[in-house]
Design a protein. Structure first.
Length: 300
């Protein structure tokens, strides 16, 4: 097995349908893929010829990963919803319950841990809380999902093209305690919220536009914000719930326009501009944030 100093482990993969040699750099692996006819020596030579690029790319991805982790650490006790950091407020455990209950209210998420949980309470400094902006006003009162303890995988959420959050934190809660919810529980809850909210938001928007579509799904795409099939089936990425309303609206309009043009031709972009004139700004926002909002978008 070949190694590159300063880079993640290298893996060689041969694929039946692949026609050329390729290198994919991830935060935890360097993958060299090739057609079946290629030898491991050819694959190793191909990697050596491009090792400077691999090292530069790996270093860049590691830097982004560190920024993501720093942002998460700076926002313990908060969750990013609709473009704002919403506080996770500790509530008393529910007697006899083995599950987590999270309730998204207007300006906060109330967290009721399992009876057996020993919560990690975060007491924020009052001077830090004083600078937070007005709360998000779009979330309905008392909307909840119950999440079994220990469910799901690690949660990688961050925001912004620099170390700064997308938008200021929501609300001043210096009279309440913030709770550090386990990563797997928080991710499972956010996905459940997205699967309930995004289809309703999409349907309400689609009713105002002259497009014909068949079905709407919320999925967990690894690299795309949304897709549209030739049968008019729209799939939205659950991570859109992290984004501001205008960004969600752009993605929904973008996919609806694919029901007319199944490509990214000039005609397609003209149609997008007709229904979302400032699409270039939204597109730049997504390009600037996708490496941080996608926990598994950590490759090149």
């Amino acid at each position: 097995m070949m190694e590159l100093p300063g880079c993640p482990p290298v893996t060689f993969i041969k694929r039946r349908n692949q026609r050329s040699l390729r290198i994919r750099v991830k935060t935890d692996a360097v993958i060299v893929s090739a057609p079946l006819r290629c030898s491991e020596r050819q694959m190793a030579d191909f990697l050596r010829e491009r090792q400077d690029w691999v090292r530069e790319t790996s270093a860049r991805l590691q830097e982004k990963l560190q920024k993501r982790r720093q942002i998460l650490d700076d926002h313990r006790g908060f969750v990013l919803l609709h473009g704002r950091w919403i506080p996770l407020i500790a509530r008393p455990p529910r007697p006899g319950s083995a599950d987590w209950l999270l309730v998204w209210r207007t300006d906060r998420v109330d967290v009721y841990p399992p009876e057996s949980h020993r919560p990690s309470i975060i007491i924020p400094a009052i001077e830090q809380l004083a600078d937070r902006s007005t709360p998000v006003g779009s979330a309905p009162i008392s909307h909840s999902h119950t999440v079994p303890a220990g469910r799901g995988a690690g949660f990688g959420l961050s925001t912004g093209t620099t170390d700064q959050p997308i938008m200021p934190r929501s609300g001043a809660h210096n009279d309440r305690d913030l709770i550090d919810v386990p990563a797997d529980v928080l991710k499972a809850w956010v996905k459940a919220e997205a699967r309930e909210r995004l289809p309703k938001e999409f349907e309400a928007l689609a009713q105002t536009l002259p497009f014909t579509w068949s079905r709407i799904f919320v999925r967990s795409q690894k690299t795309k914000w949304g897709t549209c099939s030739s049968r008019g089936i729209i799939s939205l990425n659950w991570r859109l719930i992290h984004c501001p309303e205008e960004i969600r609206r752009y993605i929904m309009i973008h996919e609806l326009c694919h029901t007319v043009h199944m490509n990214h031709s000039g005609l397609f972009w003209s149609l997008v501009a007709e229904h979302y004139p400032d699409y270039r700004t939204a597109h730049r926002w997504l390009r600037g944030h996708e490496q941080l909002l996608f926990q598994d978008g950590n490759s090149a």
